[in-house]
Design a protein around this ligand. Sequence first.
Ligand code: ADP
Ligand code: GLC
Length: 489
Amino acid sequence: MSKLNILIAASEIVPFAKTGGLADVAGALPKALRALGHDVRLVMPRYYLVDREKYGLKRLEGSLGVPMGVMGELWAGVYEGLLPQTDIPVYFIDYEEYFGRSDLYDTNGEGFADNDNRFIFFSRAVMQLSKKLHFHPDVIHANDWHTAAIPVMLNTLYKHDRDFSATGTLLTIHNLQHQGKFYKGVMDVLAIGWEHFYDLEDNGSVNLLKGGIVHADAVSTVSRKYAQEICTAEFGWGLEGLIGKYSYKLHGILNGVDYDEWSPAIDPFIPNHFDVEDMSGKVLCKRALQETFHLSQRPEVPLIGLVGRLAEQKGIALLSASIHKLLEMDIQIVMLGAGEKWAESFFSHIAAIYPDKFSCFIGYRNDLAHQIEAASDLFLMPSLFEPCGLNQIYSLRYGTLPIVRATGGLDDTIENYQNDSSNGTGFKFYDATADALINTVGWAVHTWYNDPNGFRQMQHNAMSRRFDWDVAGREYEALYYTIKEGRKG
Ligand code: ADP
Ligand code: GLC
């Protein structure tokens, strides 16, 4: 098979900018593809927080013309760097007015009013950059609504452009909740022609993700289960009918995780290393974390970790409804997260009421995320929906048994505990109710206290599971070849 030219466009990429798992994926998948021999390149916006010096970014000569319909042509700068420890080029679209802000998408929970123009601009810049570089991609891989306009642009504005005569598109949906819905007037900025309005139309508005689903050669989600779920009204956010119609081009490819970053034997952020053969370091990590979070240093109490965006998706309403009952148990909970203001103040308040049982850090801290993974005995993810979820997979590696709601990637990656055989890697519940959550935490805590051998066996199971990127990378590779073949047809 000939090697592919792959252009991956994402609104965030580790290590340059990150708000969630999309950045982890966009920073890790390319390495797996490169290892398979492909010419893979990345494009993202040059946000204010992307440190040019630290990453040695160089400005490409000249400016990039980005036509924006009625707004005329805007001129962007382009910086070039490498994904650290690789030879994979990363291009940064620089446009002060759109990306020279300290936040990526919103400020104080309010999306920026010009997010439509910002990401239409970015999508168009990806196309223009590809031409400027004479890259001739076999596949452009777009991610989420921010870059969902790319497949639309390819099939309309660039339909007869010879630079893209062999180019196909993949759109990966990391989260269907966010679709990029805007006033229909943005059609004049997209400038694809009003005859294409109905490909993007959603109750009179423009829906960029919808357009991407209609126009991409293939659509994928980040777990198999989520690929099935989004065809239903419960998880489809209004697009279930459309997705059902295009289900022939829908794929589920489970994310991998980067074990160079997330392994207790080498993790530079944790105070003591450990592995499945020798868990003594985990006990020390727990003690250190209890100290960091001002909890009593009791090795025998089960410590439950929580790390994530405090967003509705993550089940924070369920958790808040359950928290008093949960804290009746002899447990400790450590939480790291930021997001919805009500949740930030609610959980800070809980920490004040239960100082020796519940402790939280409101904010974003990568080092603490690692320390919580390493130190906790159990890890709670009561998500209402979860396209993949990465933290539960990290938890497995650290012998921290996940307690999850069986949805999307959580269901695909966690095997439920079997009381009699100690099979399984975690504890699952199905109903999105406080009772189900409380009972399942109770079940896990009971196992911790009353069946330490079973618990140990599960840790062993969990730590032996692997979700390597080279597996996911090969699945993407196969899909790219299918897309390329399909385009020829
Ligand atoms: P999502 O992308 O929906 O936020 P994922 O589980 O896929 O969920 O990925 C979340 C990523 O962001 C993980 O790498 C997690 O460790 C990280 N993360 C989330 N919140 C925080 C935080 N407050 N501090 C540090 N890391 C965080
Ligand atoms: C999204 C999803 C999360 C997934 C991540 C990476 O943010 O919410 O479940 O793991 O994307 O694909």
